[in-house]
Design a binder for this molecule. Structure first.
Ligand SMILES: Cc1cc2nc3c(=O)[nH]c(=O)nc-3n(C[C@H](O)[C@H](O)[C@H](O)COP(=O)(O)OP(=O)(O)OC[C@H]3O[C@@H](n4cnc5c(N)ncnc54)[C@H](O)[C@@H]3O)c2cc1C
Length: 538
């Protein structure tokens, strides 16, 4: 544990995670000396254009809100295209699920290249010392400061002492390697992606889309997801750096143990994707490729992310995530807030093992349960009935549980974190059985026409969410529980009441859980309610 005078924070790597952490920590602890050490001119694949509300709000907090709106595109939600006949290349018919209104809180689609530059400038404006160099070693201080060694631009070895080290070295995984923290992930992933310019964007209009008509935004400015067999594609419009040419990021992600091909070139992409989504292949052929990137079996994870001894692994330096639902920077944003809470407790002399363990356990639980859900979704990705219901469950979970909990500070508070973990733990087993029920229902129904794949965004986006509001939280949690009860009942009817004796009680439990949460938190704070605190062991 650090003493009251501890004031030095060192960040290893200053790309998006490191840059954002440096700015946020400097604003939160203005008296601290924050140094960010960044490899000079490092060549690494850059990706991650679709922000979520989490990372967008964090960028607002570091003073880049107006910059985001002016220099990047606003994002009008995630749109999913469920193809009616995935095996038929002549079919262009999709159930298109997009938000029917402007989502209640802002998020953006960013040009990662220009954002990285602006973050570096912002760090300098805030008084952060940005040093060019490659961190090569660390001596962990036991009670004393840690000492980082880096090779400076001149080739000279230099050192920096720090009370807290935030490792944001991305795929280099500086600390995870030094401390032997890596562990094998249960599933692998591969990806191929590129930026495309000067394309004919009206080609997307050739899709025959079954969707709810609206006049709320231009449907081009969303994060587009095309679901395929054991794979999915993204298409994310981004603002070019210098002129007004069209620019878009396009990529494919697949589970290599299920997907029969390895995609490592534009030709392979066009061949494989053209067989499922010819409209995307046509769009690509109409433009010019700017650059290409490939990641094979790129998943990894670590068993520990935070230490009471004052070191932290954030972003890709710790764990990778599947980009479905744009979770990358969202997870990093959760971590940055948690790291700040731990440093704050350390500075106040109130840091305990319990705080570090609870915050880390919550981060790992959110990350691991979402990764498990997404990983298993590849098995049914081309089945619109199953994948659309699972996607909407994820949406309800995000908008009625994760986002409001984050806004109310539950991810950085022990009682809040423990309550969130209980909610998650209680839901994991029943959700597994819901997935089995969906598989049964789908087999019974057979292929469904696009107009029977209903867009549920009306109930899975929290349209009333505007900011932190603890009084609304019990309501939000209850809505989440009730949504899951509703989906189970819907699936049960379509599954011909398969195992009704198991599923009806689970519906009743979800419904009762919703009512109980509302009752417990009525008019006040859930995490302060005496019964809740006893239930979570605080
Ligand atoms: C296919 C794909 C699609 C994705 N799509 C999205 C998306 O739409 N939205 C989203 O939010 N996320 C997305 N992600 C995740 C996102 O890309 C990552 O969360 C994010 O880029 C991680 O950034 P980082 O700063 O942690 O790592 P990096 O961007 O890798 O940065 C690490 C930095 O550390 C530097 N460095 C490394 N070692 C050292 C050292 N020893 N000394 C000094 N400096 C060092 C490197 O030079 C680099 O600048 C996607 C990921 C993939 C693979």
């Amino acid at each position: 544990m650090m003493g009251h005078q501890a004031k030095r924070i060192a960040i290893v790597g200053s790309s998006i995670s490191g840059g954002l952490a440096a700015c946020y920590l400097k604003i939160r602890f203005p008296d601290c000396d924050v140094v960010a050490i960044q490899k000079r001119g490092a060549k690494f694949p850059v990706v991650g254009e679709s922000l979520t509300e989490f990372s967008t709000l964090l960028l607002h907090e570091v003073g880049l809100g107006a910059y985001l709106e002016e220099k990047h595109f606003h994002k009008y939600g995630l749109t999913f295209y469920f193809k009616e006949k995935i095996e038929d290349p002549s079919s262009y018919r999709y159930a298109a699920h997009e938000a029917m209104r402007i989502p209640p809180m802002p998020s953006n689609q960013v040009n990662r290249f220009t954002l990285a530059k602006r973050l570096q400038e912002r760090a300098v404006e805030l008084g952060i010392r940005v040093v060019e160099g490659t961190v090569s070693d660390v001596a962990m201080g036991d009670g004393a400061p840690h000492r980082l060694t880096y090779v400076a631009e001149s080739g000279e070895s230099q050192t920096v002492d720090a009370d807290w080290i935030v490792d944001a070295s991305g795929r280099n995984r500086f600390l995870a390697k030094k401390l032997g923290l890596a562990q094998a992930p249960p599933f692998q992933r591969s990806a191929f992606w590129f930026r495309l310019e000067n394309f004919n964007r009206s080609i997307l209009d050739e899709m025959e889309q079954v969707k709810t008509p609206h006049h709320c935004f231009d449907s081009y400015f969303v994060t587009h997801h095309f679901l395929g067999k054991h794979n999915w594609l993204w298409a994310i419009p981004m603002r070019p750096e210098h002129d007004d040419r069209n620019l878009i990021s396009i990529g494919i992600v697949y589970r290599p143990d299920l997907y029969p091909e390895q995609i490592h070139s534009v030709e392979a992409f066009l061949r494989c994707v053209g067989a499922e989504h010819p409209v995307v292949a046509k769009l690509v052929r109409s433009g010019t490729i700017v650059d290409t990137n490939v990641f094979r079996n790129y998943f990894y994870e670590t068993r520990q992310s935070y230490s009471k001894q004052g070191w932290f692994l954030i972003g890709d330096a710790g764990d990778t995530v599947d980009p479905l639902y744009s979770t990358g920077m969202a997870m990093t944003s959760i971590q940055i807030k948690q790291v700040a809470a731990i440093i704050e407790a350390d500075r106040n002399g109130t840091l305990t093992d319990e705080l570090v363990n609870d915050l880390q356990a919550l981060y790992k639980k959110i990350r691991n349960s979402m990764q498990y859900e997404i990983s298993t979704m590849y098995e049914v990705m081309a089945d619109p009935f199953q994948s659309h219901l699972r996607m909407h469950c994820a949406s309800a979970f995000y908008f009625f549980f994760l986002l409001p909990s984050w806004l109310c500070g539950y991810i950085t508070d022990r009682a809040g974190a423990r309550l969130m973990m209980k909610f998650l733990d209680d839901g994991i087993g029943p959700f597994q059985s819901l997935k089995e029920l969906l598989t049964h229902a789908s087999a019974r129904l057979g292929p469904r026409p696009a107009d029977e794949i209903r867009n549920l965004y009306g109930s899975t986006v929290n349209w009333r969410l505007t900011g932190p509001n603890e009084q609304m939280l019990p309501n939000d949690y209850a809505t989440c529980s009730w949504f899951f009860a509703r989906i189970r009942l819907y699936a049960l009817r379509r599954a011909g009441w398969h195992q009704w004796h198991k599923h009806l009680p689970l519906c009743a439990i979800d419904a009762a859980k919703g009512m109980l949460i509302r009752l417990l938190g009525r008019g006040g704070s859930l995490r302060e309610a005496g019964l809740v605190r006893r239930y979570v062991g605080i």
